[in-house]
Design a protein around this ligand. Structure first.
Ligand code: ADP
Ligand code: MG
Ligand code: ZN
Length: 477
């Protein structure tokens, strides 16, 4: 029997506020354990939480970006459970009245664009971290993360393959990073995903029993975990068994999921309204103010790049991966008017060096204007594309501009036919044996002669002119 997977994802994103959600403690990652704590985030009796306004604004941004309806009033609820890294014994979250509901996001798949429903976006606080020391057999608790603001984005069960799940995650990730409300670091846990998956016989409507997968810290691991889990459930059903609703942990090393615990139901958490916090009231004016601060979002930018600059979708995809990269590209095009050439240089030489030197595009030693000037030198025939590669390396190393380097090193391209003709004569005379072979029909030697001419001119010969002249000369004789 063939099965169809049904996938719904819950994403937790840490918000980039400076201070925590209900107190003034720092949210910075990597500080000494328990140094970013106070009576409020330690959950001492009698303290009162005070909501960080920035948290609400950041959450509203994401909610609007995924087309959710923002509730005029939403409220906080206590989700009760015991964990050593949860000092209050409950997590402040949102339950029956979340910040925002009923949105959607589009993802680009090989088959085309698909819309995935968003059930809700709500605000909650993060818990601390338990550290288990295998050497000493002690466990430690670090409460620096307690009270760091999170948003949870819950999707509808709309995805039908692990690839779709990964594509959806990448979309949420790029939107959060574009909005500059989350750093998106999956290894440090600023962007985490729980994956819910069930399977049903192809062609049927009713959803099967789902399992919830946790502990995947990369897009690839989410996809691998889903693939494994879909196959595991199919084997259970094929063997006549039933899938148990439970939470399973992904083991990245062994590439399997393990049962962690039975799935808890909402009523197990004894949710109730937090009596210490008033409802969040959001006016239309506030929403409009937030909307007004919106940058152009990545998918819209991609579509515009394709339309406006007539570059391939692949290029647009690469160039919009980060906001600064798209800005660099557009600025370059503004100066040189050659989108595809600019795109090639950025995707090729520039991104290679950015990767090699582990720097950010905004910190590179070549400005968009300098790149544009170099492209102009190629376009007007002053230098060949091949020489340009070296010129660019020198620009990168020295910060000098292209025209200066070309003049300083005498790199101006040779297009003069008479000059090249005499170089060709010298080359032919120097290689009589190859010349003879060529005349006897060994066609690939044409490339050899082009190479020799380029070598003789230290790469400065205009390749096109050399080609034409050589053709004439070789067929003449
Ligand atoms: P919980 O807190 O119990 O995990 P949520 O409502 O937060 O519940 O999240 C449930 C997630 O599971 C949603 O993303 C939803 O789309 C998904 N989901 C619900 N039912 C199924 C199912 N039968 N198969 C796959 N995913 C499902
Ligand atoms: Mg869940
Ligand atoms: Zn605190």
């Amino acid at each position: 029997m063939e099965f169809e997977p049904v996938i719904g994802l819950e994403v937790h994103a840490q918000l980039l506020t400076k201070s925590k959600i209900f107190c003034g403690c720092s949210t910075a990652f990597g500080a000494d354990p328990n140094s970013h704590t106070c009576p409020i985030c330690l959950g001492m009796p009698g303290v009162l939480p005070a909501l960080n306004r920035k948290v609400v604004e950041y959450a509203m941004k994401m909610a609007l970006a995924v087309h959710c309806r923002i509730n005029g009033a939403s409220s906080f609820a206590r989700k009760n459970y015991f964990y050593p890294d949860l000092p209050k014994g409950y997590q402040i979250s949102q339950y029956d009245l979340p910040l925002a509901e009923k949105g959607c996001v589009d993802v680009d798949l090989e088959e085309g664009r698909k819309r995935i429903g968003i059930t809700r976006v709500h605000i909650e606080e993060d818990a601390g971290k338990s550290l288990h020391d295998e050497k000493t057999a002690y466990s430690y608790v670090d409460l620096n993360r307690t009270g760091v603001p999170l948003i949870e984005i819950v999707s509808e069960p709309d995805m039908r393959s692990p690839e779709e799940g990964a594509a959806y995650l990448r979309r949420l990730h790029e939107i959060l990073v574009y909005l500059e409300i989350c750093d998106g670091n999956m290894e440090e846990g600023s962007f985490r995903c729980d994956a819910n998956v069930s399977i049903r016989p192809q062609g049927t409507e009713r959803f099967g029993t789902r399992t919830e997968l946790k502990n995947m810290n990369s897009f690839r691991n989410v996809q691998l975990a889903l693939e494994y889990e879909i196959e595991r459930q199919a084997q259970v059903l094929r063997a006549g068994g039933t899938v148990v609703q439970e939470t399973r942990l992904w083991d990245a090393a062994a590439r399997v999921t393990h049962s962690m615990r039975g799935k808890e139901e909402a009523h197990d958490y004894r949710y109730f309204p937090d009596p210490d916090l008033v409802p969040i009231v959001i006016s239309d004016e506030w929403i409009e103010k937030i909307r007004a601060t919106f940058p152009e979002l990545p998918m819209e930018k991609r579509d515009r790049f394709i339309r406006e600059y007539d570059i391939p979708r692949y290029d647009a995809q690469v160039l919009t991966a980060a906001r600064a990269l798209g800005d660099f590209f557009e600025e370059t095009v503004r100066h040189c008017g050659k989108p595809k050439t600019a795109s090639n240089w950025i995707m090729g030489d520039i991104l290679a060096l950015v990767k090699e030197e582990k720097i950010e595009i905004q910190d590179i030693p070549v400005s968009p204007k300098a790149l544009a000037e170099m492209i102009a030198l190629i376009e007007d025939g002053t230098i060949s594309g091949k020489i340009a590669k070296d010129v660019f390396q020198t620009m990168w190393k020295t910060g000098k501009d292209a025209r200066f380097i070309v003049e300083e090193q005498g790199l101006v391209q040779i297009t003069d036919a008479a000059e090249l003709d005499s170089v060709i004569d010298t080359v032919l005379a120097a290689h009589p044996r190859q010349f003879e072979e060529f005349r006897n029909g060994k066609a690939p030697l044409f490339g050899f002669f082009v190479g020799q001419v380029m070598k003789a001119t230290k790469g400065k010969a205009n390749p096109q002119t050399v080609n034409e002249l050589l053709k004439k000369k070789l067929s003449l004789r």
